[in-house]
Design a protein around this ligand. Structure first.
Ligand code: NAD
Ligand code: WQD
Length: 334
């Protein structure tokens, strides 16, 4: 089976490509490298034990997409997009154009080539500030930032395409907080500068690249006052994507949470990382970050029932793997 992986050189896409190759899929990566490196592609092939093909291109470029689709694609994974919340406030139009216009072009190219299976990278960000925990897929959708808006609009566009074409099957995977790295230490998250997400920032503090972590708020109504999230190992996400491909004949559009079902606070993460790395992670409390919610964790039971998937790795393992990657690659792929 031939799978086109848009955004396959990025953090989650690269780990998914390794798992796809290990399970015998033929992988074609399509990525503009705007936020990733071609080095990843070599490593994917080495770790996956088979060669992944790579085409550098942008999902907004219809001709480039038509060319890759012409080799005969059975299904598309769509990871390609911009994902930084702060940046999306500064440049909302860039986010709408790259993420939404890019997705429309990709869907048009799929339609023209008769490709009817899509696994889409969505996010728990679509739930905004949820009323109750854990968050199930039928919770209200109310986004809080331009990045989240792009995810919600893309989900809706894909849903309407499925309504219009009953032979089109899509799975919208709503990731909670991806963390960790490939157990080899050769593949991981490269935020390209100062990370805005917690785990890569903590990893850089442990590696000595920053003096301390700023913890955004310690007066939330949580067990220790710091924000609580559902961290999910990137290898568990990769496994869920490949399992999703296995049920793609359903027709229609299905949204599914990918999380562990368990929440950890910022201080829990700091403690787990100190333990995994053997290094101190000094921190200071600062003001809450605008737009943050107090807590968010998944009800992952739909994925369990539908895909037979369950997260295998907990926070200690995420920290161990993130540290193996960070200590071997202090500056990412650069
Ligand atoms: P990433 O930035 O590492 O990977 C995204 C990849 O897409 C990069 O390789 C980038 O070069 C590529 N890309 C971006 N715009 C493109 C375009 N127009 N054409 C072709 N390639 C393009 O991010 P990631 O963490 O691997 O995230 C993958 C997907 O999952 C994204 O859609 C993101 O929004 C979503 N997601 C990520 C998280 C997270 O915290 N990492 C959480 C929820 C959802
Ligand atoms: C986690 C916790 C922070 C950094 C974001 C996006 C979401 C999704 C995942 C893409 C929070 C605290 C963080 C720091 C801190 N991405 N924190 N100091 O905000 O849950 O989700 O990434 O779809 O859309 O919004 O993740 O890792 O930024 O924060 O105290 O330097 O760590 O306040 O409580 P978040 P995060």
């Amino acid at each position: 089976m031939k799978v086109l992986v848009c955004g396959g050189a990025g953090y989650i896409g690269s780990h998914t490509c390794v798992t796809l190759l290990e399970r015998g899929y033929d992988v074609l990566i399509f990525d503009s490298l705007v936020n990733s490196s071609e080095l990843t592609v070599e490593r994917i092939s080495t770790l996956g034990g088979a060669k992944a093909r790579f085409v550098r291109g942008d999902i907004r470029d219809r001709d480039a997409l038509d060319a890759v689709m012409s080799v005969g694609i059975d299904a598309v994974f769509h990871f390609a997009g911009l994902k930084t919340v702060g940046e999306s406030y500064e440049n909302p139009l860039t986010y709408f154009e790259n993420n939404i216009a890019g997705t429309i072009t990709l869907l048009q190219a799929m339609q023209a080539a008769g490709v009817k299976k899509l696994v889409f990278s969505s996010s728990a960000t679509v739930y905004g500030d949820p009323e109750r925990m854990p968050i199930a897929e039928d919770a209200a959708l109310r986004v809080k930032n331009p990045y989240g808006r792009t995810k919600l609009v893309m989900e809706q566009l894909i849903g309407e395409l499925c309504d219009a074409d009953p032979a089109f099957s899509a799975i919208l995977l709503r990731y909670f907080n991806p963390a960790g790295a490939h157990p080899s230490g050769h593949l991981g998250e490269d935020p390209g500068g100062t990370p805005s997400n917690l785990v890569p920032y903590v990893a850089q503090v442990a590696a000595g690249l920053h003096d301390h972590l700023s913890i955004f708020g310690h007066d939330y109504p949580t067990h220790d006052g710091t924000g609580v999230r559902d961290y999910i190992h990137v290898m568990d996400l990769a496994d869920a994507h490949v399992k999703a491909l296995g049920i793609m004949d359903h027709g229609g559009c299905m949204a599914m949470n990918l999380g562990t079902g368990r929440g950890y606070s910022v201080l829990d993460v700091v403690e787990a990382f100190e333990h995994a790395s053997g290094r101190p992670v000094p921190y200071q409390f600062v003001e809450r970050r605008a737009g943050d919610v107090a807590e968010a964790w998944a009800d992952p039971s739909l994925a369990e029932r539908t895909l037979g998937w369950r997260a295998r790795f907990g926070l200690p393992r995420m920290c161990e793997d993130a540290w193996r990657w960070q200590s071997a690659h202090p500056y990412g792929y650069r």
